[in-house]
Write a protein that binds this ligand. Structure first.
Ligand code: FAD
Length: 270
């Protein structure tokens, strides 16, 4: 039985800048990383592999360079990796992205039963958190979002129990398998690859599924299958900070300076 982890390669946003003229991201020279939330999705898959004897299959839709990220997943212990890459998949919004990923999972399921799909809560570039629910809906799987603990999986009864992290409370939910779970960062601490595993992953095969292999109708994928378009990306202007005093003020003096400033700027009135 399989667990499929969905992993996206994203630009390291700590190093991305926005072009002030065009409002688009400057991606040149920016390193790509595994979406941080997906490192937790992969880690959870690997823990469940050890606990329940499942196999872990990792899939990612992206340009050919995404292979590097998939090799990292193999180095961490994934059993197989498939790169879904074709020019026809490019420019996809979340609807078209979830289409390709769901079809890839169907393809995996033809070979081996899929018990669970694990996604990150969201990505750090697109940030929509729509792809996981999109895949679950397309596949008709149970959908469990914002999970911070997988309590139990009963493979015979085909059920799982998870804890969801909601605002100010937790919720424990049971659902039938197959299921799709999206995970929050708190669920685990990702492991590091060992040197022998890294070396093994360098030569391990990565499956390449283009659209000849996937056979999806062109109007359902990529730009043509995407009803939404991002018109502009920009960083909101932030008010500049002001340093009060000279740094040598005692706490009482500093508090007085702050109070005077708040009164002067009409933030508080006495
Ligand atoms: C510069 C830029 C321009 C964009 N332009 C457009 C545009 O013109 N029109 C438009 O509609 N959208 C656009 N997008 C959005 C882009 O298509 C989305 O990034 C993509 O659809 C996935 O959505 P998301 O990143 O919000 O994923 P989320 O829904 O936040 O991801 C949730 C989880 O789903 C899984 N997942 C998501 N994507 C993948 C993947 N490719 N492979 C494997 N697993 C995945 C991961 O487990 C991830 O943690 C743009 C994004 C960027 C950064």
């Amino acid at each position: 039985m399989l667990i499929t982890a969905c992993i996206k390669q994203v630009p390291d946003t700590t190093q991305v800048k926005v072009d002030p003229v065009t409002g688009t991201l400057i991606r040149e020279g920016v390193p790509f990383i595994m979406n941080p939330f997906d490192t937790h999705a992969l880690e959870e898959s690997l823990r469940l592999k050890d606990k329940y004897g499942l196999r872990v299959s990792v899939i990612s839709m992206g340009p050919p360079s995404t292979e590097t990220t998939l090799r990292k997943a193999l180095a961490l212990g994934a059993d197989e990796a498939a790169l879904l890459s074709d020019r026809a998949f490019g420019g996809a919004d979340t609807l078209a992205t979830s289409k390709v990923l769901a079809e890839a999972i169907k393809k995996l399921a033809q070979r081996e039963e899929v018990a669970l799909v694990i996604c990150g809560q969201q990505t750090i570039d697109g940030d929509t958190a729509q792809v996981g629910p999109g895949i679950a809906t397309r596949l008709g799987y149970s959908q469990l979002t914002l999970v911070d603990h997988i309590e139990h999986i009963d493979l015979e009864a085909r059920r799982l129990r998870v804890r969801r992290k909601l605002e100010g409370r937790h919720e424990v939910v049971e659902a039938p398998l197959p299921a799709l779970v999206t995970v929050v960062r708190e669920i685990n601490t990702p492991r590091y690859p060992t040197v022998p595993m890294r070396l093994m992953a360098e030569d391990a095969p990565v499956l390449l599924w283009d659209n000849q292999e996937m056979g999806l109708a062109s109007e359902t994928i990529g730009l043509s299958g995407s009803p939404t378009q991002v018109r502009r990306i920009f960083s909101p202007e932030r008010a500049k900070g002001e340093i009060l005093g000279d740094g040598a003020n005692d706490p009482e003096e500093a508090a007085k300076l702050l109070l005077d400033k708040l009164i002067e700027t009409d933030i508080i009135a006495l």
